[in-house]
Structures are given as structure tokens and as C-alpha cells.
Design a protein around this ligand. Structure first.
Ligand code: 13P
Length: 252
């Protein structure tokens, strides 16, 4: 019922030449008719050229961040309309690096999600607990807070995807076990049911992120409430990214 999505967050990686090589490698191995959404989120300077590279393919384009205002004196920032111009259909909001390295607050993220949705794009809202939270038994408390401070019924669920990325699993090589991830995904879905309603929550896609690799993708992606992956490191290598796409298809 929920179409899976494999999204690649390139973070601050790839020059233009490197990016073209990567995308050519992915396109070479991609089954265009496969029942999976594929998204790449390159750094902002690559959005226009990558839109060209993926034209006429099933790959969609996303941005890693956005400013909440439509325009103004915000040096170094870009707006939803500007990203839309490049061909973006999706924007990541609240990635843990934005929260923890750049100090973005729930208030700010609530504005960003609304700016994205009102601009007609899809917000991929990222949530997840730190190791300290998990060890203190606060995982679901943190997740609930991250959901409640940003999402409400005025945020169209049709323009929303959730990404659960436990901070302790990002870039560390430590993945949540399939059971750990499934438990949190199920909890997130229940919580979304109270923000929206049960039927809407059943339709919302919840991606897992945090050291997803070709070797662990299948066991994560077969979990009932895991609807795809937000991939960091492994999306920078064409063979690894396409192997993860194949894993989600095998799991379907
Ligand atoms: P890694 O796959 O490198 O752990 O990164 C996950 C991530 O942060 C994707 O947004």
C-alpha cells in the first residue's frame, strides 16, 4: 500500500564532475519500471546540473535544507521557491546534523515544514534520539516531542514523509537492529495517528536512516513499518545505492 522510497542524502560531498559520475553509475543500474521512489539530495550547488542529469529518469531531486522565509536579508540561505526552481520536489527538514550541529530548534523546524508544504513540495521531516536519550530510556519521549512540536493537522499529510534516524546510528556504522527500528517506527505511526487519524497514519511513509548499507538493507526494509531508507554514506557509491534499491524491491 505504501510505495517504498530510497533517498540518498549526499550531505557535503561531491564536486560537479564527481556528481555526474555517481549519477551516471546509478542510472546505469536502475530499473526504471521498479515500484520504488528514488530520490537524491545533493548539495545546493549541484541541484541545477543534477536536475539535468536525471531528466527523463525516475530519479527525483531533493534539497537538504531550506530557509523558512520566502525572501529577505538571509545571507547564505535559499527559499522553497528557489529550490522549486531547480526542480526539487522534496526537502529534508530537521536532519540531525541541522538540529545538533547548526542548533535548529523545534520552533524553527515547524516553520520550515510549513514553508515546504505550503510551497507545494514534500517535506521529509527527520526525527531521532541521541545515544544519551536511548540509554536513559527516553527514546519515545524525544520522538513524541519532535513530532508534537512540528506536526499538526494543518500540515498536509500528502506533503509529508517521516525519516527516523537515530542519531547514534548516523555515520557510525552502528545500525539499529531491525527490531529496534521497527519498534520505533510502529510508535511513530501510532503517534501520527493522534496528530492526524489512523487511516492517514497508515498512508504516511516512514523511512529509516542510520548506516543503511547493502548488507543490512534487506533485514531493515522487510519490517512492516519501515517504508524505505534515507541513506548517507552508501549513497555516494553507485553500486551501494542501487543495491539498497534492489533490497527494498526484494523486500516488497
Ligand atoms: P549514514 O547512512 O552515513 O549513517 O547517514 C544517514 C543519514 O544521516 C542520512 O540522512
Amino acid at each position: 500500500m505504501r510505495k517504498p522510497m530510497i533517498a540518498g542524502n549526499w550531505k557535503m560531498h561531491k564536486t560537479l564532475t564527481e556528481a555526474r559520475t555517481l549519477v551516471a553509475g546509478v542510472l546505469d543500474k536502475l530499473d526504471e519500471s521498479a515500484e520504488v521512489d528514488v530520490l537524491i539530495c545533493p548539495p545546493v550547488q549541484l541541484l541545477f546540473p543534477m536536475a539535468k542529469s536525471i531528466a527523463n529518469s525516475k530519479i527525483m531531486l531533493g534539497a537538504q535544507n531550506v530557509h523558512e522565509e520566502a525572501s529577505g536579508a538571509y545571507t547564505g540561505e535559499v527559499s522553497v521557491a528557489m529550490l522549486k526552481d531547480t526542480g526539487c520536489s522534496h526537502i529534508l527538514v530537521g536532519h540531525s546534523e541541522r538540529r545538533h550541529v547548526f542548533g535548529e530548534s523545534g520552533d524553527r523546524l515547524a516553520k520550515k515544514v510549513r514553508a515546504v508544504v505550503q510551497g507545494g513540495l514534500i517535506a521529509i521531516y527527520c526525527i531521532g534520539e541521541t545515544l544519551e536519550d536511548r540509554e536513559a530510556g527516553r527514546t519515545t519521549v524525544v520522538i513524541d516531542q519532535q513530532i508534537d512540536e512540528v506536526l499538526a493537522s494543518d500540515v498536509s499529510a500528502e506533503h509529508l514523509i517521516i525519516a527516523y534516524e537515530p542519531v547514534w546510528a548516523i555515520g557510525t556504522g552502528k545500525t539499529a537492529s531491525p527490531e529496534q527500528a521497527q519498534d520505533v517506527h510502529a510508535h511513530i505511526r501510532t503517534r501520527l495517528g493522534s496528530v492526524y487519524d489512523e487511516a492517514t497514519a497508515q498512508k504516511l511513509r516512514i523511512l529509516y536512516g542510520g548506516s543503511v548499507k547493502p548488507g543490512n538493507a534487506a533485514s531493515l526494509l522487510t519490517q512492516v513499518d519501515i517504508d524505505g531508507a534515507l541513506v548517507g554514506g552508501a549513497c555516494l557509491v553507485a553500486e551501494d545505492f542501487t543495491a539498497i534499491i534492489s533490497a527494498v524491491l526484494a523486500a516488497a
